[in-house]
Ligand binder design. Structure first.
Ligand code: TYM
Length: 335
């Protein structure tokens, strides 16, 4: 049976990169669940504490992000939807795994290098230890499949290394090695302003991303202003070589339409962005509009969303307890 586990930080808005790279896969895994499978999806509020956040916003963001996931197709009667902080076993296991993870492993994490930049001395300890908590998130539930965007692959490989070392060091067969599931259609959606940077919540330019809360006019405007080039679209994907913005826009079209890049090019080859962008904008509005409408409706009753998270946390705590207990036993803690 499958254990599908994944998380998202409740900072800022859910954007098209999150949606195409991760959330659509979460929904697909949930919809394909068989008897005995479990899907656990969570708001990584503890991870959000590793960078400067506004405490007055974190709670509201958590509810809004949960509502966005539901609006995107996560069904809390089938999947277990919760926020990480409500299941203390995540923190407890992370501390145990801090004894297993090596400084050298964490030093190699590209996200750490990017986020800390030149100011390593001033970065939080949490930012450095971030991938250990992420390892705990998945190992706690013996996750078999972890649907994520390409940028999280390295963290999942680290989780496998930590699991292997823990099992070996303590002579147990406790942790399952999780398999990252990376979307083929949209492993990495890029910024609308720079085809070499990934679309990200932390980009200061809101024009760089399409948010799931953006209105139709905003979506159209962002696509119209998206960086592109003056050439016509090529016949095949090879022709997108060296044209990162063109490649990204075609990839977005393909991912939204459910077709391949080649199929999109077969339709638009020879046409310029003056023709392609309006078609992409129509598709984006048609795909994202219904999600936004469901989100608006869900946010009319935030208490109901909070209740869904309560229930999810209860279910998650039950699944987490035996693994935490076994890890505590393995290292000799007297609990
Ligand atoms: P986060 O919150 O940055 O992003 C959530 C998910 O969206 C994917 N993603 C993208 N995919 C394609 N193109 C993009 N431009 C893009 N931007 C983001 C991410 O890969 C991710 O799957 N550390 C994680 C959260 C986390 C987690 C976990 C994930 C915490 N614990 C355990 C999996 C398992 C993060 O910050 O994702």
């Amino acid at each position: 049976s499958k254990r599908v586990v994944s998380g998202i930080q409740p900072t800022g808005n859910l954007h098209l990169g999150n949606y195409l790279g991760a959330i659509r896969q979460w929904v697909a895994m949930q919809d394909a669940m068989a008897d005995g499978d479990d899907c656990l999806f969570f708001l990584a509020d503890l991870h959000a504490l590793t960078v400067a956040i506004d405490p007055r916003e974190l709670g509201a963001n958590t509810i809004e992000m949960a509502a966005t996931l539901i609006a995107s197709g996560i069904d809390p009667t089938r999947a277990i939807l919760f926020n990480q902080a409500r299941v203390p076993a995540h923190s407890e296991l992370a501390w145990i795994l801090n004894g297993t993870a090596r400084m050298g492993w964490l030093n190699r994490m590209t996200q750490w290098k990017d986020k800390a930049g030149k100011n390593r001395e001033g970065a939080s300890v949490g930012l450095f230890a971030y991938p250990v908590l992420q390892a705990a998130d998945v190992l706690l539930y013996n996750a078999t499949h972890v649907p994520v965007g390409d940028d999280q692959k390295q963290h999942l490989e680290l989780a496998r290394d930590i699991a292997t070392k823990f099992n070996t060091d303590f002579g147990v067969e406790l942790f399952t090695l999780p398999e990252p599931l990376i979307s083929k259609a949209a492993p990495r959606i890029m910024s609308l302003r720079d085809g070499t940077a990934k679309m990200s919540k932390s980009d200061p330019s809101d024009a760089s991303r399409i948010n799931l809360v953006d209105g139709d006019d905003m979506i159209v405007q962002k696509i119209r202003k998206a960086k592109s080039d003056a050439d016509a679209l090529p016949e095949t994907a090879d022709g997108l070589e060296g044209r990162p913005e063109a490649r990204n826009l075609v990839t977005i079209y393909a991912a939204l339409s459910g077709g391949s890049v080649d199929a999109v090019l077969a339709q638009f080859a020879g046409q310029g962005f003056g023709a392609f962008k309006p078609a992409l904008a129509d598709l984006a509005v048609a795909s994202l509009g219904p999600i936004r409408d469901r989100l608006t409706a869900l946010l009319e009753d935030r208490t109901a969303v909070a209740a869904i998270l309560d229930h999810g946390a209860d279910r998650a705590r039950t699944l987490a307890a035996p693994t935490l207990r076994a890890a505590q036993d393995a290292v000799g803690l007297q609990i």
